[in-house]
Design a protein around this ligand. Sequence first.
Ligand code: S3P
Length: 448
Amino acid sequence: MGQLDLRYLVEPGGRLRGRLRVPGDKSISHRSIMLAAIAEGETRISGFLEGADALATLHAFRRMGVRIEGPDQGQVWVRGVGLRGLRASDRPLDMGNSGTSMRLLAGLLAGQSFPVTLVGDDSLSKRPMRRVTEPLSAMGARIGTTPAGTAPLTLEPTTGLQGIDYPMPVASAQVKSSLLLAGLYATGETCVTEPAPTRDHTERMLTAFGYSVRRRAARVCLTGGGRLTGCRLSIPADISSAAFFLVGASIAPDSDLLLEGVGINPTRVGVINILRAMGGDIELLERRLAGGEPVADIRVRHARLRGIRIPVDQVPLAIDELPAIFIAAACAEGETLLTGAEELRVKESDRIQVMADGLTRLGIAVETLPDGMRIQGGTFGSTEADTTGRHEAIETHGDHRIAMSFAMAALRAQGPIAIRDCANVRTSFPGFVDLAASVGLDIHEHQA
Ligand code: S3P
């Protein structure tokens, strides 16, 4: 019997109004478990994302002997075991769909005295891992991949890692974080230089756990052999999840939405900068700090958007939000051009091709580029049978962000939009359908 397919059917039109809080930040949730586990003493976490990706990280540490209670309504309690207290798991650690779990754990586990194998689902098993295994090997790690440089990753015990001074060839927070986490176990200093700023949650959170991290311009360094001390962490709502609502409210006439407690770390706010440059009406209210991270309530109202050339320096700051931004671009007046985003091709799906196929399916004129896309603003059709008799649903290729992006497109579509392969929305945004419906999206899910 074939696997059931979770589908969305989204009715056209409507508007988004009211207030809501999207779930906790995925990047920060992963790091909270990792650092709490290797800290000394207890850590209490609130606002933890109970999505499959962050839970994969949590379960991995339980398998390595860490006592963790929860999550219970976003509350997690971790009894840290210290840098050297992790134990071998009796089976491979399953990272599911989560690239962050696999790449960060490769670094954190590279210097352990026990062997470990990291496995993932079909999508994760196709994603490039040499970007972490090569510099980790240069530090003295013994890591195997498939001949294609993909998972499973097999880590052999090491007698010790050496610090590294690494200029990153791609702007990747996962690579930076992986090396910094390995650096905790290395002798001497580990430094990573970024070609462009990427999310700095690892650096901020290490500091919150009392570990010294030094930054000078694009170079970030730490010295191995220190200790982390358990603490309290409060995780902001995920701007990457808020992004669907920022776009939905921007494109749907008469929308007015308040998104509560969203993380607005400067390394993550590309979606706000880009939507504003397109004419978006976005206000940041009640700015404050939560757990070392800046947070605000975000008010977004409908606006007439115009196409822009997306500034290349905004790309790493909006890397996960670009699928949603493509939906905004399709509703804008004129052309939007994105370049410098080749990384989109190696996310949970090839997000350039998969978004281009879906947009084309809905009647939007696009041109794919090796590193981006050209999108001509237009009108979304529908996935209902058209004059050619086609009525296939939008294909997400199992990518959560593709599914949620096209759900928002329905707000401006001429007919219903059907979207298939949506089960992975649970990796980052459990409860998406109910939350979106509560502010006005006419969305229903069903198994087909
Ligand atoms: C993440 C970094 C980004 C992002 C991913 C989460 C992180 O990946 O796309 O969803 O938590 O460090 P890259 O580092 O590969 O750009």
